[in-house]
Design a protein around this ligand. Sequence first.
Ligand SMILES: Nc1ncnc2c1ncn2[C@@H]1O[C@H](COP(=O)(O)OP(=O)(O)OP(=O)(O)O)[C@@H](O)[C@H]1O
Ligand SMILES: [Mg+2]
Length: 350
Amino acid sequence: MISAEDRQPDPAMAGPPVPSVPLLAVHGLQTRFKVRDTTIYAVEGASFVVNAGETIGIVGESGSGKSVTALSIMGMIRWPGRIEGGKILFHGEDLLQKPESEMRKLRGRRLAMVPQNPLTSLNPVLTVGDHLREILWVHLGMRGSEATERAVNLLRRVGLPDPAQRMREYPHRLSGGQRQRVMIALAMACTPELLIADEPTTALDVTIQAQILELMDELSRESHLASILITHNLGIVAGHCERVVVMYAGRVVESGLVGELFAHPRHPYTVGLLECVPRLTAHRVRTFHTIPGSPPQVTEPPMGCPFAPRCSRVIATCWDNVPPLTEMSARHLTACWNPLPAPAPREATA
Ligand SMILES: Nc1ncnc2c1ncn2[C@@H]1O[C@H](COP(=O)(O)OP(=O)(O)OP(=O)(O)O)[C@@H](O)[C@H]1O
Ligand SMILES: [Mg+2]
């Protein structure tokens, strides 16, 4: 175990290859919802960075605060929600200090999001073409045949068959997967610098899923697009992300380079998540693992580590003190009072 004194207090920007001002730096984000007499501590001190051109994955059980973090970055938290603390630095400027008029200009143009539920995000009285033409007009001043041509091309790129016909359709006429692809086309319409994709491929069959992920990879190579990919699928993270951020009960509990973190997780929760991934043997799926217990109710600020009641490595300190996110090795951060031991040097480089 490492002592509190050994820990660096704010290592969120650690590691030599990280530019001095990352594209996005989230520091100590706190987002809460007040529902009648209850406060829901949805995100409680989340910190992570995203560099230009990088794809990071955010993983964690249902209710861990992934979508609320994404909506907070986009400036889309609405009543009864409120951002009560922290900073969201985009190119070093705090988005939380920007007026809504400025955020509206950034959204869709430089910051884009594919939301978790595409149906509620599309206006039922506008056609797919209307949605795309509007965003191209508002942000790029593009109209007429130029806008229509770009819109059709975008729909073709996200794999929608017969895009010219789709332009005339209303959202309710599309399947869940088709709507999701329209949302991705809308998000990519103005070649943003940062794309947040919240479970972008859940409703899609595996071929379209692969197509969408390849498209995101391609865009990130071509236009240096940075992405945050929120997903429950650790296989997608392994295949498409450079770094991964693990959330639990509104906090970041571990983050690091995908290869290192998946091979040598230091937080017991990450170990549990990885053990839950079913592995195929020659003929059948082996027994499914689960993490015992369930995530805490986030209606009270935790006294200690929120994972303590489910943790196999729990020690006395865990019950009374929230562990800070601490550098374990270059760009590998863990919030745990009793992390798993570091791999032996030869094992770490294998
Ligand atoms: N509009 C809201 N009003 C009240 N509570 C909310 C609201 N939106 C989110 N929450 C709460 O905030 C917490 C985090 O929710 P969030 O949607 O971010 O989880 P998530 O990690 O995205 O889960 P999932 O994997 O199921 O999408 C949950 O406890 C949720 O109930
Ligand atoms: Mg979500």
